[in-house]
Design a protein around this ligand. Structure first.
Ligand code: I85
Length: 367
């Protein structure tokens, strides 16, 4: 943690951003945490996107985590970060590569020449899964994987698909635990102590499942037919994992694709696929062998004039999921009644600081 802070402080510029960039009034997007506007490098007139955040702990965390993973090909790259006073407020100004191709589903909807195919969907899923693997390998859960955070770097037919917005990203506890609590040997660690890490990451896998479902048919797996966003009935269906693959849209979609979706849309987070299992699934790993079955997706997206509702709904269910999973974690840690862990706790209480409760060789620690 200390190292990360140092890393961020070292690279945040405190000089005025106007020394290096010209900020135009053009708004590219509105996030919950800040506005994204267009700017140009004074050095070479190159266009960039600038995200303006209120300088606070949450904003620092967003920038820190985003910066850490911004070397990934499928994650929007951070170019510079400034800490400037702006309109009387301390702000963090994040200069990013400008994604000029717009949002993923807008691009699919705008498609003119022929139908979007299952193979194309598989390639897109592989790209998103790569970004998620990069994050999870760095012990970071994104927790806000949704269509509007998936952008193309250049307009059709070019561009690379990238993930953005780390406003809800969370570093897994596992690494910190190993640094801060060196008193657990692997034998005494209750599974739920290792649990939180998995729950945060499994939230991303659920989202991947929802995105894959929409890619293959153009509508989400859980949707209230009467058009009202998140009804009690829909919430119940999500909790029970009740969705299907309706005809005619799903008729020609491969069983491999449906099986993969089921693995990601599993209610029990501990039974859900991990990102490594997703990446090695043959529909993803061998996407070039996936049939070029034409899909209903672009037609459905065009006809459905309630895309904002779909987005809003996904935003809300992600919020619910983050809250639910956080509660599960707190509960698990406090209520943990594993006999071995209790014994260990007693031992720590009575002999705190003694050599027997300390892992001397850090390589022994698995968490
Ligand atoms: N470029 N969620 C929706 C945008 N380049 N956008 C959002 N959180 C972020 C906006 C609201 C994502 O962190 C967002 C964030 C960062 C970006 C971002 C980053 C880099 C862009 C909130 C564009 C763009 C640029 C030129 C043209 C076009 C889009 O958004 C378009 F094609 F749409 F015309």
């Amino acid at each position: 943690m200390e190292n990360n802070k140092l890393y961020l402080q070292q690279r945040v510029k405190t000089t005025p951003i106007s020394d290096d960039y010209q900020i135009t009034g053009q708004v590219l997007g509105l996030g919950i945490n800040g506005k994204v506007v267009e700017c140009y490098s004074l050095a070479n007139r190159e266009k960039f996107a600038l995200k303006v955040l209120h300088d606070c702990v949450k904003a620092r965390r967003e920038v820190e985590l985003h910066w850490k993973v911004s070397t990934c090909k499928h994650i929007v790259n951070i170019k510079d970060v400034y800490e400037n006073e702006y309109a009387g407020h301390k702000c963090l100004l994040v200069v990013m590569e400008c994604m000029e191709g717009g949002e993923l589903f807008q691009r699919i909807q705008d498609r003119q020449d022929g139908a979007f195919t299952e193979r194309e969907a598989a390639e897109i899923m592989r790209d998103i899964a790569y970004a998620v693997k990069f994050l999870h390998d760095h012990n970071i859960a994104h927790r806000d994987l949704k269509p509007e955070n998936l952008l193309y770097s250049k307009p059709e037919p070019f561009g690379v698909l990238k993930l953005t917005d780390f406003g809800f990203a969370k570093e897994s506890q596992s690494q910190e635990l190993s640094l801060q609590t060196p008193c657990y040997t692997p034998y005494y660690v209750a599974p739920e102590v290792l649990g939180p890490d998995r729950y945060d990451k499994s939230c991303d896998i659920w989202s991947l499942g929802v995105i894959m479902y929409i890619l293959l048919c153009g509508f989400p797996p859980f949707y209230s037919s009467h058009g009202l966003a998140i009804s009690p009935g829909m919430k119940k269906r999500i909790r029970k994992g009740e969705y299907d693959f309706p005809e005619p849209e799903w008729h020609h979609v491969s069983n491999d694709a449906k099986t993969l979706i089921r693995g990601m849309l599993t209610i029990d987070p501990s039974g859900r696929l991990t990102i490594d299992q997703v990446i090695s699934n043959r529909w993803i790993a061998q996407y070039t062998a996936v049939p070029k079955t034409p899909l209903y997706t672009n037609r459905m997206l065009k006809e459905m004039n309630n895309w904002p509702d779909v987005q809003e709904e996904m935003t809300r269910s992600l919020a619910t999921m983050r809250v639910d999973y956080d509660q599960v974690q707190i509960k698990n840690l406090e209520n943990s009644n594993n006999p071995l862990l209790n014994k260990r706790r007693k031992k720590i209480d009575t002999a705190s600081g003694s050599a027997s409760t300390t892992v001397r060789d850090p390589s022994e620690t698995v968490i």
